[in-house]
Design a protein around this ligand. Sequence first.
Ligand SMILES: O=P(O)(O)OC[C@H]1O[C@H](O)[C@H](O)[C@@H](O)[C@@H]1O
Length: 622
Amino acid sequence: MAATSGKIVQNVFVSQSHCYYQQSRQFNSHSERACFAPYMRNSLPSLPGKLPWTSNTSMQLRNFSKPNNHFIIRRNIQCNASASATAVPYLDKTDFLRLQNGSDIRGVAVDGVEGEPVNLTEPVAEAIAAGFAAWLLEKKKADASQNLRVSIGHDSRISAKLLQNAISRGIAGAGLEVVQYGLASTPAMFNSTLTKNEAFLCPVDGAIMITASHLPFNRNGFKFFTNAGGLGKTDIKDILERAADIYNQFTAESLANSERKASSSIKKVDYMNVYTSDLVNAVRKAAGGLEKPLDGFHIVVDAGNGAGGFFAEKVLEPLGAITSGSQFLEPDGLFPNHIPNPEDKTAMKAITKAVLENKADLGIIFDTDVDRSAAVDFSGREFNRNRLIALMAAIVLEEHPGTTIVTDSVTSDGLTTFIENKLGGKHHRFKRGYKNVIDEAIRLNSVGEESHLAIETSGHGALKENHWLDDGAYLMVKILNKLASARASGIHGGSKILTELIEGLQEPAFSIELRLKINQNHPDLKGGSFREYGETVLKQLEKSIGSDPNLRKAPVNYEGVRVSGYGGWFLLRLSLHDPVLPLNIEAPSNDDAVKLGLAVLAAVKDFAGLDISALEKFLKSP
Ligand SMILES: O=P(O)(O)OC[C@H]1O[C@H](O)[C@H](O)[C@@H](O)[C@@H]1O
């Protein structure tokens, strides 16, 4: 974000040419807050903190062991001389818009990583929450007197608690009711807009999840929901623009006021109990009402120290499953074991090892905020990426013969053959991005084409029967239903039934994703955007493959340039968020993949603003 403006009045703790003030949250009374006009920077605890999963789902930062108290009680606050006018350093609208990442907000929330200055400060978060409140009031055609309710949850990140409090101030300051859930999953937050249960203060009118998915520990961000689903790009932009205006009008008095309102009005609810009961009931129902339909099944969970640890204790165990050997269930925002990401090879290796070592029937792995998942069968065979899609398609197509399965753009040709020829469904390969595939499935239904599943190779997936909720835990529930109902009808053999469901899925011998970076400052961009530049590269590629008799452009394609040849295919497209052209190649052999790679190289090599080193490295490798 832009450098700070305004003179420095407090000069107690000086760092990096900024002025910081040490503040204890304990003495953060209204007057002190008003006086300090805080612009806070979060700092990195020096040791990892283990945070237990508790039934009240509240992650307490004070649980950090001794040296980490630095993080909790000593915060660095940048002070601004003109506090009475604007209580925070001026930030541009573009500073706020830079925090947009598709339909999410993402930024750096913790100091300590070189070259990554904090831009998701507490006042910025407070302004974004106030922007969301204003947006919600307008959407619901309500005014602040109508007491709209907003739920707030977070994953295991070390900046979660501070951001939760800042967000709460923004919502409460706008006159809305705040309900904090503590540690929660992203799908549970959306679910809270749909649940009808006044005892748990549901449904809420809006929900905010504080998460940056699988990104490194220093990042954080927000996802927003109403009962219509996750907010889209346009709404996020709108909220950020409102936030910029609100932020620059913060006065010491307005900040104190929101603090006062928040401290007197925040409610806390153990909503994860409601959400997990729904999951448990869904499996019991599918098994004909059996109380413990997973009795005797041994299922290990790997939550990667994210928010998904609840699944073992609160879903599998009540259903009768044995969960010994489950790992990394305790929240730890430094993610010391592996990245919580089912697309990550190390993460998949970790859960596979746990399944094999424990001789378990099944392994389940989640990303940090549990909107993505993958599984592993008894033999160590991974159900992620195309295989997870094939498995979910097989389950859904048994229930809804002929239905259309919407997937992202990087799915294999073999998956199409499997869905269409073996399962009798229709494969609609659309664009990358979970929101894109979900919205496309909803659109298809609205124009009369039945679709019950929208799913990405990333492990995001949503079903029509579950309100198109993007929910990694619900995908696993569908798999558990299959195990439980097979058992109920006398079929034994653990997760073999799942393995059999994807028999016949042809998989490429060779598969790779290379990410070609666009250098945004390169003169070859001629001042234009990286998107424009990327589009030019794609046009050139399209032109050049037209003259190669070995290559054929995909007849139907919604994103980038997808081309078949040499028994395989490649797709070059623009990343959803980054100045990057991801290149996916699948082929029957390394040699064929190289031939496809060479065709791409020939078309893109003269674009000086494109970093093709990843492609060259691949082509040179033996
Ligand atoms: O376009 P890319 O950079 O490959 O990123 C694409 C991915 O971005 C995010 O992680 C979204 O959550 C995914 O749904 C999407 O698939």
